[in-house]
Write a protein that binds this ligand. Structure first.
Ligand SMILES: Nc1ncnc2c1ncn2[C@@H]1O[C@H](COP(=O)(O)OP(=O)(O)OP(=O)(O)O)[C@@H](O)[C@H]1O
Length: 607
């Protein structure tokens, strides 16, 4: 792969509501308000939105006896066939009777809108907990592993009358597990991918009765796609549904929470054996995440059989985790209002490098749609994990930029990151370190850049019928000032300009580029991305002036740049990023982090 082939082109990730057009944002708000109103009319009080996923929005409210209910609506933007699945979800949920699963209450239809109603699981989902706390301790992972194993046993033992009818949840992942810290209670939610297993864990067909065997089409799968970041290879490749699917979901979940990642893909570079878990449990989870089906199934069987015994281990909290230092520096900002972070990165070209063919099943699936959109389809696992780790950074209130440059033997990382919530510093350090470790495991030469912005500060300009931008007063680019000590000002700093991308290059007016070059003479960090669409333009930006004596000149150049930007007629994306120091950090490449287990003698580590 040639280095020149890697150009930089920015694609946005999750759309912040602040990045929707005025019209779409209004429609979105209106729709949420209609849902709240409908529920209130039905007699529920204190209705609020508590979650959203690829398929729907979830609201909570109280019934007349003040019991907490949850209402799941499917997204109106999805195809009717996909929205109809909410009714199937309701049916499967109604079949489960387990203290760890919220009770099914009802499925109602208001016009075309189906609403699934169920008990509310108290607490917070484990993805959110993970973002706040970072890596889960050995004791927490072990406890969770036992609880999940027990749910799997229950699902396997499900019966229809007296006939065995094992169930598959199909989408076990941190955000589908709600955790109540005060009662230590766990709930498994989101039964939208749930089906009856077609085969058992040995691959033998399951049939509740003889007629099923006769009439059922045993050659096709009934499996639903779960979250592509967490499901195992068999579910991904359209195998018949089996209890093994959920073993995979459990292994991915335990891995993600133990390592503070948002997917399963990093396990080759950051194996479970490097995460400070007891050796036996770590090896079992690594085995379950293996690429080899025989190892995977063997480890799954071992997990199901031996988890109760493994959970008896005495695992006091160690002191190690308190001293996490970020491998690349970041600073704390003190803005009153936390940024609503979005990340733009040069993903597309980066992902094209790693081509590992995978077969996918159902292209109409919303999860799969996301998979395609994020260009993960043909990518190697470590690259996927790296990109997921970048997305995870954007879940923190942080602005700045990162550039990863893979050269012969080393990885060079330049960065400028400002975090706006000190209480998340520990978890954020771990998120940053994961990104670096995953990058160390990537071998292709090249460059990857990303910018993290506050979507609230994105400037949006609408075009009129002729394509010209409409505005009463020219909006101003936002910046903050931070004076660095004079010694630091003299340090060299790097500057990036995007090259042409064959797919979506925006031709910027020369005068805009001239302003960027002039700005470069003033000590600052920042990024700016022009996203010109047929009907409007979004200007995402983040600037931090590091030499207060130049403020007047800096401001004048930013204003000038805006004046020229409104003459953009083209459509596409282009951007610039400026980081403070050259080659901030150099790292050796590393295929696999070394083993690190929970110590045999925990007292030595301050437990
Ligand atoms: N019964 C419940 N009690 C409490 N919280 C819930 C409940 N059901 C869902 N949630 C919350 O709402 C979020 C989204 O719900 P759910 O996962 O069912 O939606 P989805 O659109 O199917 O999501 P996904 O994209 O993850 O498949 C969950 O992560 C969880 O935080």
């Amino acid at each position: 792969m040639k280095t020149e082939a890697i150009r930089n082109f920015y694609i946005n990730e999750e759309q912040s509501v602040y990045l929707l057009s005025h019209h779409d944002a209004k429609k979105h708000r209106q729709w949420l308000n209609i849902c709240i109103k409908q529920l209130t009319n039905l007699g529920y009080s204190q209705v609020e939105m508590i979650g959203s996923g690829a398929f729907g929005f979830v609201f909570a409210g109280l019934d007349e006896r003040k019991r907490p209910w949850v209402f799941k609506f499917s997204r109106i933007t999805l195809a009717q066939s996909v929205r109809d699945r909410l009714e199937d979800e309701a049916y499967m949920l109604s079949q489960v009777d387990n203290p760890l699963v919220p009770k099914f209450y009802a499925f109602e239809r208001i016009k075309k809108q189906g609403i699934l109603m169920m008990a509310r699981a108290t607490g917070e989902d484990l993805e959110k907990v993970s973002l706040k706390k970072g890596r889960f301790s050995a004791a927490a992972i072990t406890r969770l592993a036992l609880q999940l194993r027990n749910v799997l046993i229950d699902l396997r033992n499900h019966k229809n009358g007296i006939s065995p009818q094992p169930m598959v949840h199909g989408d076990i992942k941190p955000s589908n597990l709600v955790w109540d810290e005060t009662t230590q209670g766990l709930s498994l939610v989101d039964w939208g991918s749930s089906v009856y297993a077609q085969i058992d864990s040995n691959g033998e067909p399951i049939s509740s009765n003889f007629m099923d065997l006769m009439s059922g089409d045993l050659s096709t799968t009934n499996a639903r796609m779960g979250d592509v970041y967490f499901i195992g290879d068999e579910q991904m490749s359209g195998a018949k549904s089996s209890p093994r699917f959920d073993e995979q979901g459990v292994a991915s979940t335990l891995y993600a929470l133990a390592s503070a990642q948002s997917c399963r893909f990093g396990a080759q570079v950051i194996p479970v054996c490097s995460l400070g878990l007891p050796m036996e449990l770590a090896k079992v989870i690594d085995g379950m995440l293996s690429k080899d089906k025989v190892i995977r199934d063997g480890a799954g069987d071992y997990f199901m059989r031996n988890m109760p015994a493994m959970a008896k281990a005495y695992l006091p909290e160690l002191n190690l985790a308190e001293h996490v230092r970020a491998n690349i520096p970041f600073w704390f900002g003190n803005d009153e209002e936390l940024p609503d972070t979005v990340v733009y990165s040069s993903r597309k070209q980066f992902l094209r490098q790693a081509d590992h063919n995978q077969q996918l099943l159902d292209v109409n699936d919303a999860q799969l749609d996301r998979y395609y959109k994020e260009f993960l389809f043909d990518t190697g696992d470590t690259e996927k994990a790296f990109l997921a780790s970048i997305s995870r950074l954007a879940k923190y209130p942080v602005v700045g930029g990162l550039s990863f440059h893979w050269k012969e033997e080393s990885l060079f990382v330049e960065s400028s990151l400002i975090m706006h919530d000190e209480s998340l510093g520990h978890a954020f350090s771990q998120a940053v370190n994961n990104t670096v470790m995953l990058a160390q495991g990537i071998h292709q030469k090249g460059l990857f850049k990303c910018c993290l912005f506050d979507a609230r500060k994105t400037i949006q300009l609408e075009r009129d019928g002729t394509g010209a931008f409409k505005f009463e007063q020219l909006p101003e680019l936002n910046y903050e000032v931070m004076n660095l000590k004079s010694a630091e000002v003299t340090r060299p700093h790097s500057y990036f300009e995007d090259g042409k991308d064959p797919d979506e290059q925006l031709q910027l007016p020369k005068k805009v580029i001239k302003c960027v070059f002039e700005l470069n003479q003033i000590h600052h960090t920042g990024c700016i991305i022009f996203e010109a669409l047929p009907d409007r333009m979004k200007i995402h930006h983040y600037y931090r002036l590091l030499d207060g004596t130049k403020e007047a000149q800096f401001k004048r150049l930013l204003n000038k740049m805006m004046q020229y930007a409104v003459s953009i007629t083209d459509v596409g994306v282009a951007g610039f990023m400026k980081l403070p120091y050259k080659n901030t950090r150099e790292f050796a490449l590393c295929d696999r982090q070394p083993d690190f287990f929970y110590p045999k003698d925990p007292k030595r580590f301050g437990a």
